[in-house]
Write a protein that binds this ligand. Structure first.
Ligand code: IVH
Length: 686
């Protein structure tokens, strides 16, 4: 008997390992489609589900976890300090040129060393404004990753690099029929896309934390975090462009090398081009001066590389700069202008953010009228006064920001700025929370907050309501159709049809995606609520600790603080949020609408609480808070069955306003009649 059980266990284990291998390969493949080919085949949602399944198997069998598993990107143990890594070959830098003239001068210098240079072609690549990293692969597995350091010795930041989604943890053999090289060392640039940088800053600002100055600083700071779990929350990216060492012959031309790297599953820029001669290479660089903002990341110039790598190498180096390549830098993006006034925006959690109103100024071909001032402390620290001449920088696509004043240019007419004591959107008082840099508007009904809040609620990382952009959010609020997040779930087709730009199909599509969003998991709903300091990561931690929003609402500050990463400020913000009457109302409306996921299953999912199992319902009349479809879904989500006509088999008739013949029939047959409050009570209490 024991043997039979053992055999059955073995069979289960075999099945689970087969699925584990399959899941890892599938996830790696989809990562490759997403990050390398930029051509995903499945939605984020489906991807998350695969990942969830893999995590579950690994949780049941921790002994099967390997460092190359895609789950290992979450960030391992914090480091005490980084250990030093000797690079296998010098990690060189680049000489700069600031004009076409300087590029030509470089070319003449190297042509003097080797005349063959006159007949070569060039690869032009964006010069990504990030940090150089050196990635080591052994038998196709990522084993070590280091920063550039001084070019000879860098720091081991493997744990952090592992969390970067586009760093292949395993060279996907499926994409290449050959075995990966035994040893391969690749160089690339780690950076943050401008959009992700702005979203991160927004998140930090909403949480009352200090924001970063630019994507490069953020990437640098994130990569040198001692705690990889923190790095994992930062949307870092990688592009590769050089093979430092390989035990197989790598292509001898840069252009082929880029294709080779891509074929091994490394992300490579699509913006590189092959140019037949120097003048076309220069022209190509110059077209990017105005096109640079079309790239998702910041670039501070273009790199012109001699395509023939052997020839390039034979030219040698000057200091740390190889002669075979040059950086053609874009013109400086810093200007000075006058600060006319300081305005204040109100974010979704009520954070007040100051911004500079500037005398319009041309920065790199773009007229700039506004710039970020980060927070009120920044204005005070830098002593920025209204009327000052200020230095403004616009690096690539990043929102321009004020670096500081030029005090020498003052004439005495400048005034010291005093932050507002009331909210500029609603006039209610503002408060500063101890330990945070931000000031908040405390009015939950503030219209500026409502719009920002809804924008967050429907966003991709939250309830992901496709097709509900900021314009429609504003339309819904302006038309008085939506006063809080939960109102989205009671929108009716007629409401939408009355809005400008809404025809039949658009209204149907929007209602369908609102309906679909009811299936989102608890972590997304918690994130969607927009509690100060609770972003995606904290929301997911809370969802794994609490079963549903009722449990979370009842949690004490002490209980919340037991969760790693939740300090007294966030714990208090959570408790406060659930105590506010307006929020309590939103919650009960969400519950009524069937948006009430519990930890293991999405709301409305097949495994919903079966409190109504075995009961047959008929619905009649007009209900106050449910549409017909909603009430049907609500009953089904709780395991009940809904039929059209009343019979002896009917257990309950749910009757609303103006109920007609069905009510009569139910009474005749002795079927229990309840109203919607009765239904909810039944569903929740049983
Ligand atoms: S090539 C011998 N290519 O720019 C190879 N560098 O200012 C020398 N960088 O340290 C580097 N994008 O961190 C190269 N497409 C690119 C680059 C790039 C960004 C960085 C790299 C280098 C720095 C020099």
């Amino acid at each position: 008997m024991k043997k039979v059980i053992q055999m059955a266990d073995q069979l289960d284990n075999d099945k689970a390992t087969a699925r584990l291998v399959e899941l890892r390969n599938t996830i790696n493949f989809h990562n490759y489609r997403y990050y390398v080919l930029d051509d995903p085949l499945i939605s984020d949602y489906e991807f998350d589900r695969l990942m969830g399944e893999l995590k579950k198997i690994e949780a049941e069998h921790p002994e099967w976890v390997t460092p190359d598993s895609p789950t290992q990107r979450v960030g391992g143990q914090p480091a005490e300090k980084f250990t030093k890594v000797q690079h296998p070959a010098p990690i060189l830098s680049l000489a700069n040129a600031f004009s076409a003239q300087e590029v030509r001068a470089w070319f003449e210098r190297i042509a003097k060393i080797d005349e063959r240079v006159r007949n070569v072609n060039f690869v032009v690549e964006p010069k990504i404004d990030g940090l150089s990293v050196v990635l080591h692969y052994h038998d196709g597995i990522f084993v070590l990753g280091a920063t550039r350091g001084d070019g000879e010795v860098g720091e081991d930041v493997s744990g952090n690099l592992r969390t970067v989604q586009s760093v292949p943890l395993k060279i996907p053999v499926e994409q290449n029929s050959m075995k990966p090289p035994r040893r391969l060392v690749v160089r690339g640039e780690v950076f943050m896309n401008v959009e992700d940088f702005e979203a991160l800053n927004q998140r930090l600002s909403e949480a009352g934390e200090k924001t970063y100055l630019n994507p490069r600083n953020t990437a640098a700071g994130s990569l040198r975090q001692l705690d990889p779990a923190l790095t994992a929350t930062r949307p870092l990216n990688l592009l590769t462009y050089q093979v430092v060492e390989a035990d197989v012959p790598a292509p001898k031309h840069q252009w082929d090398l880029l294709a080779w790297l891509r074929s091994w599953g490394f992300p490579v820029t699509r913006a590189a081009t092959l140019q037949p001669d120097l003048e076309s290479a220069i022209r190509e660089c110059e077209t990017w001066v105005t096109r640079r903002s079309s790239l998702p990341f910041e670039v501070d110039g273009m790199v012109i590389k001699i395509n023939d790598l052997e020839l390039a190498d034979s030219l040698g180096v000057v200091g740390k700069d190889p002669r075979g390549a040059i950086a053609y830098k874009f013109p400086a993006q810093e200007v000075t202008t006058r600060l006319i006034n300081i305005g204040v925006n109100v974010g979704r959690t009520g954070v007040l953010t100051p911004y500079a109103m500037l005398e319009p100024v041309d920065i790199g071909g773009v007229i700039v009228k506004q710039a970020t001032l980060h927070n009120f402390d920044y204005i005070a620290e830098k002593d920025i006064r209204v009327g000052d001449r200020v230095r403004v920088i616009r690096a690539g696509e990043v929102i321009p920001y004020v670096i500081g004043p030029i005090p020498e240019a003052r004439d005495g007419s400048e005034t010291v700025y005093i932050p507002p004591s009331t909210c500029p959107a609603c006039g209610e008082k503002v408060e500063k929370i101890p330990g945070e840099v931000a000031w908040y508007c405390v009015n939950a009904a503030c219209p500026a907050q409502l719009i920002r809040n809804l924008e967050h609620f429907v966003s991709r990382g939250a309830m992901d309501i496709v097709g509900l952009g900021i314009k429609i959010v504003e339309q819904l609020v302006d038309a008085g159709l939506v006063h809080d997040d939960a109102d989205l779930y009671t929108l009716k087709k007629q409401d939408l049809l009355a809005l400008e730009g809404f025809a039949d199909k658009k209204a149907d599509n929007l209602l369908a995606s609102i309906e679909t969003s009811k299936q989102r998991n608890l972590d997304r709903l918690i994130n969607a609520l927009g509690i100060r300091g609770v972003g995606e990561v904290t929301a997911s931690d809370l969802a794994s600790r609490f079963q549903n929003l009722d449990e979370l609402a009842n949690a004490s500050e002490a209980e919340l603080q037991e969760i790693e990463g939740i300090g007294p400020n966030i714990a208090q913000a959570i408790v406060d949020w659930f105590q506010r009457p307006a929020n309590k109302q939103v919650l009960s409306k969400l519950k009524l609408a069937g948006v009430w996921p519990s930890a293991e299953r999405p709301a409305g999912g097949s495994a919903a609480i079966s409190t109504l199992a075995g009961l047959v319902f008929v619905v009649t009349g007009t209900l106050a808070s449910f549409t017909r479809d909603e009430v049907k879904a609500y009953i089904q989500n709780h395991g009940g069955k809904v039929t059209d006509s009343v019979s002896k088999k009917t257990n309950y008739l749910v009757a609303g306003e103006a109920a007609g013949s069905k009510l009569q029939k139910a009474q005749d047959l002795g079927v229990s009649v309840i109203d919607e409050a009765g239904l909810i009570k039944l569903a929740e209490d049983r």
